[in-house]
Design a binder for this molecule. Structure first.
Ligand code: PLP
Length: 282
């Protein structure tokens, strides 16, 4: 397995990061996960543009443009002969003696990337998954895809311990997103999903789903919705790079609708698959 460390392609066993890397000490960095189908990246450039935006939001300058990164990732996928899986990449603010203040401009970001084989979650996509509810205790810049994921981890761990796939997060009465995905509801044929602001990560999958809705004339609203709306929704689904469009059939021990994946969710899954095949072949 090959990986990239600081722009260099190495064997994984040779990859090393300093103990004073700011990602390791502070979570001072940003990352992306891109899906690979048939050896091709799906929505690759969208992810890499978001990476550049996340970096800018934390005042970090990336040494590569999204287009340059795209070709580096293509190279890594091909070297590792990856067919179906993911590419992970992160940039931290580099290595320097521990200090909360940013290091000077002479300290270059640490860049790490690697690939992983990951199958499409066909079975849960067919049957649907369960979710718990958890208070969203994260900071107020959830729009940044930063390495600081402790809030997400604590919620996801709670879900896992309850035998559930996801924790649906809420700030008081308002549903924000999931611990590792965006959460949308369907009511009377209309999809409702939290607006892209500082309270959620604007998922590339979420954006793709909304683009599909626009093209197909499926009505949607981007607005905050409440826990009451969640519990009386006809359908609930989670969306994300590795989970695609995932039906949620039970929330906090209570069935969603009739407890089966809903028709709108099913339709989105089909349209999403068509989009994957259009971009990556089948
Ligand atoms: N929200 C959070 C907190 C996430 O970690 C993710 C990542 O998968 C998403 C939403 C979905 O984003 P994307 O569709 O870009 O993978």
């Amino acid at each position: 397995e090959y990986v990239i460390v600081d722009g260099e392609v190495l064997d994984r066993t040779e990859a090393k990061v300093d103990i004073e890397d700011r990602g390791y000490q502070f979570g001072d960095g940003v990352y992306e996960v891109i899906r690979v189908y048939n050896g091709k990246m799906f929505t690759g450039i969208e992810h890499l543009k978001r990476l550049a935006e996340s970096a800018e939001k934390i005042r970090m300058k990336l040494p590569y443009s999204p287009e340059e990164l795209l070709s580096r990732m293509e190279e890594l996928i091909s070297k590792n002969e990856l067919d179906t899986g993911t590419v992970y990449m992160q940039f931290t603010r580099g290595t320097s003696p521990r200090n909360h203040v940013f290091p000077g401009g002479n300290v270059a970001p640490t860049f790490v990337a690697y690939t992983r084989k990951v199958a499409r979650p066909v079975d849960p996509m067919e049957k649907g998954v369960r979710a718990i509810l958890d208070e969203d205790i994260r900071w107020l810049r959830c729009d940044i895809k930063s390495l600081n994921l402790l809030g997400n981890l604590l919620s996801k761990q709670k879900a896992a311990e309850a035998g559930c796939f996801e924790a649906i997060l809420h700030r008081g009465e308002t549903v924000t997103e999931g611990s590792h995905s965006n959460i949308s509801i369907v009511k009377d044929g209309v999809i409702i999903t939290h607006q892209a602001d500082n309270h959620i990560l604007n998922g590339i999958t979420r954006q793709k789903v909304l683009e599909i809705c626009r093209n197909e004339g499926i009505p949607f609203e981007e607005r905050a919705y409440t826990l009451d709306e969640l519990s009386s929704a006809d359908e609930v689904f989670s969306s994300g790079t590795t989970v695609e469009v995932m039906p949620v059939v039970e929330v906090a021990g209570k069935p969603v609708g009739n407890g089966q994946p809903g028709t709108v969710t099913r339709k989105l899954q089909t349209l999403f698959k068509t989009e994957i095949e259009r971009q990556c072949g089948n």
